[in-house]
Design a binder for this molecule. Structure first.
Ligand code: NDP
Length: 323
């Protein structure tokens, strides 16, 4: 079968299309014919060797995908051959077939296409945990969403609006801000507007924003502290700038700020939080109240270009690769 292989870590063009044997499902595993792979910023970092977990080469990238169950390993129950499922694994999705543990499969609501299902797990679970589980956002409260037209950003806007929150969206271009408004953002501000800190504070009533989903990091992290309201909660989800941020704890003390880290991979081990998020999201997606934003779609052979476009901030919604 065709698969993307990475033999040495580096920029997206280290990815090669190769012919490799199709994987065989072991006990408790299923083999899925991949329809669509959702590409995350984490995939780009993983290929570069800069992710939170160490990347071992050679490997096939791709952690989030949707497809049709093609065969079952020994002892698998509760899953049917022919069923459409979404899956979240460590790697291996950028291929015609991928093998995953049956316990990690996510049922796909009937109203979603393969691409929409592949755009769903990482962004929506992360957005839910950022807004609710860790962010403790409530109806009527303001939230600041950075990189608002991206995969996580569009999911965050939709979920925040579904929860009755008010959204301030930051993004790098007017086109991206227009998408954020289409999805319901109440206030949109260019991320490089020279008056952005004051504009964000004013939009939230003058005192700053009570909840911030921080995904840029570096020197922008200090700005998030400046944009926060007294007792504000800053949920650190990403570091798209790939620069280190400085945090002086005394600054948190002065305004009673809380900074909380969020990494979906480790939060998935919290069974109760995962079940609660899954239930809430199934209701919202199943009823059509939120719709995963499918972004540009690429063929498997164009995977390196897809990764580079994501890195170059050219994309909106979830970047999809169809093997
Ligand atoms: P996106 O689709 O949001 O794409 C990344 C976006 O980041 C770009 O479009 C760009 O938007 C913005 N950005 C800001 N500064 C930079 C920069 N210096 N270089 C490149 N992009 C920049 O990707 P994802 O939805 O996959 O991820 C968004 C963020 O959330 C990432 O930091 C990612 O690591 C994080 N994340 C973390 C998770 C976790 O478990 N902790 C789970 C999911 C995502 P703009 O042009 O508008 O600035």
């Amino acid at each position: 079968m065709k698969a993307i292989r990475v033999e040495r870590l580096g920029p997206p063009d280290v990815m090669e299309l190769q012919d490799v044997p199709a994987p065989t499902p072991g006990p408790g595993e299923v083999r899925i014919e991949v329809e669509a792979v959702g590409i995350n910023f984490a995939d780009v970092l993983s290929v570069a060797g800069e992710y939170l977990t160490r990347t071992r080469v050679p490997y096939t990238p791709g952690m989030e995908f949707a497809g049709i169950v093609e065969s079952l390993g020994e002892g698998v129950t509760g899953v049917q051959v022919g069923q459409r499922v979404a899956a979240l694994g460590g790697s291996g999705a950028l291929a015609r077939y991928s093998v995953v543990n049956a316990a990690g499969l996510i049922p796909v609501p009937e109203n979603l296409s393969g691409a929409q299902a592949a755009a769903f797990p990482v962004s929506y679970f992360t957005a839910y945990h950022g807004l609710k589980t860790l962010g403790r956002g409530v109806e009527g409260e303001w939230v600041l969403v950075q990189a608002a037209a991206g995969a996580l950003g569009t999911a965050s806007i939709q979920l925040a609006k579904a929860m009755g929150m008010h959204v301030i969206a930051l993004a790098s271009t007017e086109e991206k801000l227009a998408l954020a408004r289409d999805l319901g953002a109440d206030v949109t501000i260019l991320q490089d507007d020279p008056d952005r800190v004051q504009k964000v504070r004013d939009a939230a009533g003058g005192k700053g924003v009570p909840l911030i989903l921080e995904v840029v990091g570096g020197k922008r992290f200090q700005e998030s502290l400046d944009m926060a309201a007294p007792q504000g909660r800053i949920i650190v989800i990403g570091n798209a700038s790939r620069e280190q941020a400085n945090l002086r704890p005394v600054e948190l003390m002065k305004r009673n700020l809380t900074v909380t880290g969020l990494w979906l991979t480790s939060l998935m081990n919290d069974r109760a939080a995962t079940m609660q998020a899954a239930q809430a999201l199934a209701g919202l997606v199943g009823s059509g109240k939120v719709t995963p934003q499918v972004g540009p779609t690429y063929a498997l052979a164009d995977s390196a270009r897809a990764f580079q476009d994501l890195l170059d901030r050219k994309t909106t919604g979830k970047v999809i690769i169809e093997p």
